[in-house]
Design a protein around this ligand. Structure first.
Ligand SMILES: NC(=O)c1ccc[n+]([C@@H]2O[C@H](COP(=O)([O-])OP(=O)(O)OC[C@H]3O[C@@H](n4cnc5c(N)ncnc54)[C@H](O)[C@@H]3O)[C@@H](O)[C@H]2O)c1
Ligand SMILES: O=P(O)(O)OC[C@@H](O)[C@@H](O)[C@H](O)[C@H](O)CO
Length: 386
């Protein structure tokens, strides 16, 4: 069995690649980082270390890599693959779609048979979005064939994998916890047998629970922690104000999720507590600038802050803590982050109101704007007394 995985980065090596190998797939990574591709091809293995007592390591063998620019080689691998997965980032799905379309075209010409393509990105409808991009590169005839034979099941993936800085360039340190949930209703052909994957008929409750709890909590901690000059998520969690705001935001999204999906309230409270505990892992050293990366994406209409805040308001839940995190996200001025630089430029040139309107998914004139304005004043008090 062959799996082609786009993105040999943190989650690619530290989670998806590892599970696919354990399930018996030969794993071919596709990446555009030449040094990473070369190292994988030279060593054909890497180690995954758990951020827990004793730092246990396991070896992932039987892997290789193709450079993403070698579209012919990527297409050939896809034509003969049994599974395709991605973990490149939501904004990169468009860039990899051409090679996937080329691979599907070759597969349909050479030996047409079912294939599932699973985007493992932090977004709602990731595989569906990838399908849109891929189909834009296929003729009407190939689209008709692909509709029957190529599945794009949406998925939710959860494992905290920080940016890696080790002498061994392939080593990945990951938290012990993991969850990978896939929408069964969109699969074609045989169900891939991967230990650790849970198949569900309706992904919506799972992806929203994950994104609006793990990623919302993470974003609140990252943006508030950054404003207070704190470097890592576990360090920020030690700050009382930050920890209180994270818990407050998860109570807001929790009330929404319980009302929307009928989750058991007590079980959801336990889920929140477990996640808050994951954020305190001192062995992970996860920087707030990684977790806060791409603030424009994180402030968009359906993402982890504005998405649940708008829905909270529709249900009469006041999203004060989410509003605080939105205000802090607008002030996130990490100089290496292109999206942060764009927001800061808007703030500097055109002021707060313009930046709020043009960089968040909040509809113009929506009462959430007033919540954010109110919380921005509180944020100013925080930072002036830090
Ligand atoms: N790190 C985590 O904790 C975590 C957990 C769950 C989900 N995710 C999601 O997984 C995705 C990847 O996150 P990450 O943290 O692993 O990021 P990362 O930056 O470590 O990895 C992304 C990889 O994609 C590669 N890449 C970029 N453009 C490419 C292209 N055109 N073709 C092929 N490869 C390309 C990069 O070189 C990099 O190696 C994101 O959507 C993220 O939200 C991350
Ligand atoms: O990957 P992003 O930028 O969408 O979000 C940053 C983190 O919240 C995220 O990577 C988490 O670590 C991960 O989603 C945990 O499962």
């Amino acid at each position: 069995m062959l799996a082609v995985h786009f993105g040999a980065g943190n989650i690619g090596r530290g989670f998806i690649g590892q599970l696919l190998r354990q399930a018996g797939y030969e794993v071919v990574f596709v990446d555009v980082n030449t040094a990473l591709v070369d190292e994988l091809n030279q060593r054909k293995m890497y180690h995954v270390q758990l951020a827990t007592a004793g730092n246990p390591q396991s070896v992932v063998e039987g892997v290789r890599a193709i450079h993403g620019q070698d579209v012919e080689a990527v297409a050939a691998a896809i034509a003969s693959a049994d599974l395709v997965t991605t973990a490149v980032g939501p904004n990169v799905l468009g860039q990899i779609s051409g090679a996937i379309a080329a691979g599907i075209a070759k597969r349909l010409a050479d030996n047409p048979r079912p294939l599932n393509v699973i985007a493992c990105e932090n977004m709602i409808g990731g595989s569906a979005k990838l399908k849109e991009h891929v189909f834009a590169g296929l003729s009407a005839e190939l689209q008709a064939q692909a509709t029957e034979l190529i599945g794009f099941p949406n998925a939710a993936v959860d494992r905290i994998v920080p940016i890696q800085q080790h002498e061994d360039k392939l080593l990945v340190v990951v938290e012990p916890f993991f969850e990978w949930v896939v929408d069964r209703s969109q699969l074609v052909g045989d169900v891939p047998q991967i230990e650790g994957v849970t198949y569900v008929d309706d992904l919506a409750p799972y992806i929203e629970r994950k994104l609006f709890t793990v990623n919302t909590g993470h974003a609140v901690i990252a943006y508030l922690g950054y404003q207070l000059g704190l470097k890592t998520i576990d360090e920020a969690m030690q700050n009382e104000k930050v920890a209180k705001a994270a818990r407050g935001a998860l109570q807001e999204t929790g009330a929404l999720l319980v009302a929307k999906y009928g989750f058991d309230e007590q079980a959801h409270t336990q889920y929140i507590e477990k996640i808050l505990a994951r954020f305190t892992n001192p062995l992970l050293s996860d920087e707030v600038v990684r977790v806060g990366r791409s603030p424009l994406r994180k402030l968009s209409r359906h993402d982890r802050l504005v998405g649940p805040a708008l829905e909270c308001m529709e249900r009469g839940i006041s999203p004060e803590h989410l509003g605080l995190a939105i205000a802090a996200a607008l002030l996130f001025d990490s100089p290496e982050d292109e999206e942060a630089v764009r927001i800061q430029s808007d703030l500097k040139l055109f002021g707060w109101e313009y930046a709020l309107h043009n960089n968040t998914g909040i509809p113009a004139g929506h009462p959430l704007e007033e919540v954010v304005r109110r919380q921005a004043r509180l944020m100013q008090e925080w930072t002036s007394t830090k």
